[in-house]
Ligand binder design. Structure first.
Ligand SMILES: N[C@@H](CCC(=O)N[C@@H](CS)C(=O)NCC(=O)O)C(=O)O
Length: 241
């Protein structure tokens, strides 16, 4: 049976519209790699206005988007959940039982907590000049991670919820963690930000495992990501003046 170009039972043809600098797109790469799905990638140049053909793929002009057979899906969380639901795996249990529902709820709560409470600080900190205001923001971020994230990582050994294999929780959050550490190493974020995370026992152990995972690393280009962020921040600071 086929609906909107989605066919059950055969290997899908997937095109991933992406940019390796983007943490949201990184999520889709991790999921696709873990699911072992073949795909083609089309790199979208984020330094230029989007071309009309891409605005037809995704009218918001953002990456990632995927074409799954003939169907376009956008928004990294939706793309990731769709792929996981269409191709059940160790990443997240399929719904249908209270145990699976609870495991899914816990992953969703963790990811939602990261995104809604902690996820945007690194970008705000990066835009600030050195000084008291920036330090206060770093402390606020570390306080939130300690209060909101650290308890959710109790027993996350080696992966979320005690899973032996990487889960959707790592796939959706690790792209941000790997960047925070890389930016701190490269002087784009204060070293105190990484040091503060390292002082959280659950977080630091979990993060080390998550960011060294092959599915997180295979498209990771630290130099390119840092350079891209440097240019972006310089241009945002110039616009503020
Ligand atoms: N909510 C979106 C966010 C995606 C996003 O913001 N992508 C950025 C790159 S990291 C983008 O495409 N920006 C367009 C631009 O820079 O013009 C998602 O989860 O997919």
């Amino acid at each position: 049976m086929s609906t909107n170009g989605i066919t059950n039972g055969s290997t899908p043809k997937i095109t991933l519209y992406t940019n390796h600098r983007c943490p949201w797109a990184h999520r889709a790469h991790i999921v696709i790699k873990e699911l072992g799905l073949p795909y083609e990638e089309v790199i979208i140049d984020l330094d230029k206005p989007r071309e009309p053909w891409y605005l037809e793929v995704n009218p918001r002009g953002l990456v990632p988007s995927i074409k799954y057979n003939d169907t376009i899906l956008t928004e990294s969380a939706i793309v990731s959940h769709f792929l996981c639901d269409a191709h059940p795996s160790h990443l997240v249990p399929s719904p249908g039982s209270p145990t699976a529902a609870l495991a899914r709820a816990r992953i969703n709560f963790f990811v939602d907590t990261w995104v809604s409470k902690a996820g945007s600080y690194w970008f705000q900190v990066m835009r600030k000049e050195e000084g008291g205001e920036r330090d206060a923001l770093v402390q606020e971020f570390l306080g939130i991670v300690k209060k909101e994230i650290e308890p959710l990582l109790e027993g996350a050994e080696p992966y979320f919820g005690g899973s032996e294999k990487i889960t959707l929780a790592e796939a959706l959050v690790a792209p941000f963690i790997v960047r925070i550490y890389a930016f701190a190493r490269n002087g784009m974020l204060p070293a105190s930000m990484a040091e503060g995370l390292e002082a959280l026992p659950n977080f630091s152990k979990w993060a080390a495992k998550a960011i060294e995972h092959e599915s997180v690393r295979y498209i990771w280009d630290e130099e390119g990501v840092v350079e891209g962020a440097r240019r972006r921040i310089a241009s945002l600071k110039a616009q503020q003046k």
